[in-house]
Design a protein around this ligand. Sequence first.
Ligand code: NBP
Length: 471
Amino acid sequence: MSEPAAEIGLIGLGVMGQNLALNIADHGFPIAVYNRTPARTDAFAGSEEARGLPVTGHAELGSFIAGLSRPRAMILMVKAGEATDQQIDALVPLLEADDLIIDGGNAHYYDTIRRDAALSAKGLRFLGTGVSGGEEGARNGPSIMIGGAADAAQRVDPIFKAIAAQVDSRPCAAHLGPDGAGHFVKMMHNGIEYADMQLIAETYALMQHVLGLDYPAMQAAFAEWHRGDLDSYLIEITADILGKTDAETGLPMVEVILDRAGQKGTGGWAVQAAIEYGAPAATIAEAVAARGLSALKAEREHAAAKLPAGGVGRDHGVSLEALRDALLAAKVCAYAQGFAAMAAASEAHHWDLDFGTIAAIWRGGCIIRARFLDRIVDAYAADPKLPNLLVDPYFVDLLAKAQPGWRAVVAAAAMRGVPVPALSSALAYFDSYRSARLPANLLQAQRDYFGAHTYERVDKPGTFHTDWAKL
Ligand code: NBP
């Protein structure tokens, strides 16, 4: 007897694909799975975890397609980039009008816009969908950011709502806008994640090098912060990490880990996009740059012997509370930058993004899940057109209270020569954003001087040029 048709299909049984397939099947949706290398499909379909679940493995793409109920819907969880195009090209001749391809990989949103247009022209449907939360999220409930036509999203809404993380009985899955909207939001999530992680890493460095805390004290500090305004997944795992000992050496685990950070590129994409839309996201950019600098390990070791800090260390009276305030305030700035970049892109692409919904679906199933996302939801509920999170009353108050400690921390880091690119760039962003007048008047004069780019005046409308060489 042949298998009943599956409601949904999934292609690509890497870590993410396998866990997402199990999650879908666990929620009672019969699923057909296919992987380019059939051995992986066999291993997965016959695995302990898949046993007893409505999962059917297919060795051939043709049989996979035939095993789906019509109109078909299938999720791609293959490597982003060329692999995704190759898989789509292999699928298209086998599909019929209205069949739906959902790209759940980390595609660049411009690729998603291109694929959406190309597949629509062939009468097929496409959703570019960001799936966050890594392996654990995919298995137990990710945050799902859906982009594409609303009616296509509606077709898979029951599945995505069921498998997503649930916070306050609300699923962390939403259709956010047309074509590239979902993948853009996922990319900006990753950019914010880079900044959040870098800010925590800098705070750890300051605990060590300015406050002189040992590992149990650092672990206790992060665990305590996790019970307050900083309550978040990243703070929680940081406390766990700092409490871990290396079985081989007996040293704290992080002491034996090489200080060279990897990256897969989505943070860099977020920065490029922010620049493209003229939205300053300096803290996210510094977080990406910090990983780049960390990778220059050999060069840094060479320079360490040649470039001493200069012995200007002074006690600035930095406390653990000041560090917490600095971390919290800088984190607000990183999120403010990410949301401002999304607003700029939304306007450019006419996505009409709803920032309250985005903050709400990031509260569970993703790496940046945090208590303070509730405050962001509130901020956009109070004013959906809020120009920047920094001017929401809750954050105005938070930043006012955090400011003295934040400034003391950045000053102490500068005096001690401890690099804090994200904490200090966030402070510079804050100080720039709250400055009614910036020295850009001089920039304009310089531009006019060397390139006759003209300038505006403060006292009358119009554009002006000065003959700077004339006395
Ligand atoms: P990978 O990104 O490592 O991709 C592995 C899958 O891609 C395998 O199924 C592999 O098939 C398939 N594949 C490759 Br490689 N080239 C292919 C091609 N030319 N045609 C068809 N299939 C091809 O797996 P992953 O880490 O599970 O991630 C899957 C997607 O989810 C990616 O887009 C990733 O960016 C995204 N994502 C990952 C995470 C995470 O934490 N890992 C989080 C969020 C999103 P094979 O078995 O035949 O080699």
